[in-house]
Design a protein around this ligand. Structure first.
Ligand code: FE
Length: 173
């Protein structure tokens, strides 16, 4: 029953009902930032490189607290590998951050990263509600065969794919 409600909430099909003790499901799982984080990424919602042959993807969703309250102004910092599985460790290709809007929504335009040695395709993110603690985690693609061989992969960190968009709501403490 709870699981069903969580799933509906996750799918955006069930609106929080006032008056009920509202929980937003488990807090988003934390994962290692890995070796390729670079601080001070540019403020930008599009990481698309004009010449990139990578498949375009919109990565979007909301930042919520454990009571499903939107977190306007939450920082969302995104970094990921390019279409060949390489990170830009000199500059800021495929690195950027933005702040969630008044409804706690965020939206990036980028590409689908390629896999690299030992890793299934994934996005790295840091999410920080205003005045709150940083959540560092990673997001995964549903149905990707390499997920099974990646020891960091967790099904609860899969995006929900809708056309050319990958959707994920972060639930932060
Ligand atoms: Fe990585």
């Amino acid at each position: 029953m709870m699981l069903t409600r969580r799933r509906l909430l996750a799918a955006g099909l069930l609106l929080p009902l006032e008056g009920l003790a509202q929980t937003c499901g488990p807090l988003t799982l934390r994962q290692t930032e890995g070796p390729f984080f670079t601080p001070n990424s540019p403020l930008r919602a599009s990481l698309v490189e004009p010449s990139s042959p990578g498949r375009r993807l919109v990565l979007a969703g909301r930042v919520l607290d454990g009571q499903c309250r939107p977190q306007p102004g939450a920082l969302v910092d995104l970094w990921h590998a390019d279409e060949k599985g390489a990170y830009d460790n000199q500059g800021y290709r495929y690195r950027g951050h933005l702040f969630a809007d008044a409804q706690g929504r965020y939206r990036f335009e980028t590409i689908v990263p390629a896999r690299y040695t030992g890793r299934t395709p994934h996005y790295h993110v840091k999410v920080q509600p205003k005045g709150g603690r940083v959540l560092t985690t990673q997001l995964y693609f549903p149905g990707e065969p390499a997920n099974r061989r990646d020891f960091l992969y967790r099904p609860e960190l899969e995006m929900r794919m809708e056309g050319e968009a990958g959707l994920f709501d972060f639930v932060v403490a």
